[in-house]
Design a protein around this ligand. Structure first.
Ligand SMILES: [Zn+2]
Length: 427
């Protein structure tokens, strides 16, 4: 049975760990993979020295490699052939439907106007920045508008999210944890010295500029939930979810989406994970009030690790995140963690493959990706956060207290303030 073999495998792993450090092993410390010469397979100078044709051929190989040399798939009709070369657009003309296309047609980069060399330079810098790269920096590096680069990096993150989340579910030994982001609330300008002392005694003491008490939590605050399939470095797999708060229903839904039933989950003692028991082969808990790791070596360190990576990127590179894109940022770091141990050419090709073989963007369709209005996804399907118009939310009135019946408003001449009495509505 698969589940018992999973448990046996985990028991063996724990036994290996509990045996303690292997003192007979060589003292020679292995260098980090990033410092080894084998990591460096491609560099920016190589990209800059290549001709436009060579770079296009590189992208063609990534996009259509599985089809055989010199073959392309028409993005319109799907016919796979050695289509007619069409030098005027630097692309092809389909032998089936006569539609012209380039290597970027039908990808997330559809309609991109920047030269391929500039795009590959941005992709290379994005890939090499292990702790995140700011779009502002990339825009300065390439003389591009900030918005142009920001949308491009968001499209890259969207491709990472959509392709990674579509991969097969995690299985085996999985750590799950959540961490809150965008918590910061800017304190109001209270002044100092005499001004501050005067504020403390005035009528609206403790209220902000809008005469309301200062909020204690940021309204945008959300939690990222991570699921990590444990394993040796380079074999770990990550999944990312976004929730407003850690609650049982949302976390259970995410875990069912991302994890195989034949898995053992490790979480902290938060009550939101209670529903996990019974859902998987086993649920192990680490009481973080008492210990970081149980006596058996059970911990959630891999999950904690990715959150510290995200926080490092927020403080060091991104600085500003919006809740609409928070999940995308989380997936970027998840992808970076999955790439650990791979050389930089592999990483760049993996990034480009995810970008160029997963169809057109779903959220960022209006930016240099001109798509007819009727082919765009409906507005309400774009984005993770949906706002309900204030007017659609019924006012909470509560139960009327004794003698508090509202007087009927008289019908005015223009009929605006007219209200239909309850008896009339029922009739
Ligand atoms: Zn065609």
């Amino acid at each position: 049975m698969a589940s018992s073999s999973v448990i046996a495998e985990i028991d063996r792993a724990l036994a290996r760990r509990n045996r303690g450090p292997n003192v007979s092993a060589s003292k020679k410390k292995k260098r980090n993979y990033l410092l080894q010469p084998a990591y460096r397979q491609i560099s920016l100078p190589e990209i800059y020295e290549s001709s436009e044709q060579e770079l296009n051929a590189f992208l063609e190989r990534i996009r259509w490699n599985g089809l055989g040399a010199g073959m392309q798939a028409c993005p319109k009709c799907g016919s796979i052939d050695e289509h007619y070369r069409c030098p005027s657009i630097g692309g092809w003309k389909c032998k089936g439907c006569a539609k012209q296309f380039t290597v970027l047609s039908g990808t997330r980069l559809h309609g991109m106007k920047m030269p391929v060399k500039v795009f590959l330079s941005i992709a290379m810098l994005f890939m090499e920045a292990k702790d995140g790269k700011s779009s502002r920096e990339l825009s300065g590096d390439h003389g591009l508008d900030h918005q142009t680069v920001h949308v491009l990096t968001l499209k890259i993150r969207e491709a990472l999210r959509e392709t990674l989340s579509a991969e097969e579910p995690l299985r085996g030994y999985i750590q799950a944890d959540a961490a809150y982001f965008m918590k910061y609330v800017r304190p109001g300008n209270v002044g100092t010295g005499a001004a501050l002392a005067a504020k403390a005694v005035q009528k609206n003491a403790g209220l902000n500029e809008e005469d309301k008490p200062s909020p204690v939590v940021n309204a945008s605050m959300h939690a990222l939930v991570v699921f990590v399939q444990a394993g040796p470095q380079g074999k770990r797999r990550y999944r990312m979810g976004l929730v407003k708060t850690e609650n049982q229903v949302d976390l259970l839904t995410l875990s069912q989406q991302f994890c195989d039933k034949d898995s053992v989950l490790v979480t902290d003692q938060h009550s939101a994970y209670n529903l996990f028991s019974g859902e998987f082969v086993d649920l192990q808990r680490v009481n973080h009030n008492q210990e970081f790791q149980t006596k058996d070596g059970v911990n959630t360190n891999l999950a904690e690790n990715i959150f510290s990576r995200i926080r490092a990127a927020v403080h060091g590179a991104w600085h500003r995140m919006s809740v609409q894109n928070l999940l995308e940022y989380g997936w970027e770091v998840a992808w970076r963690q999955e790439m650990v141990g791979k050389n930089n050419l592999f990483q760049l090709e993996d990034l480009l493959r995810r970008l160029m073989t997963s169809g057109r963007p779903t959220r960022f369709v209006d930016y240099w990706c001109k798509r007819p209005e009727d082919l765009r996804p409906p507005k309400e399907e774009i984005g993770e956060i949906r706002e309900v118009p204030k007017a659609d939310v019924s006012k909470k009135r509560g139960r009327p207290t004794k003698g508090s019946a509202r007087p009927q408003k008289p019908v005015s001449a223009d009929g605006k303030a007219a209200r239909v009495p309850a008896e009339a509505r029922a009739a």
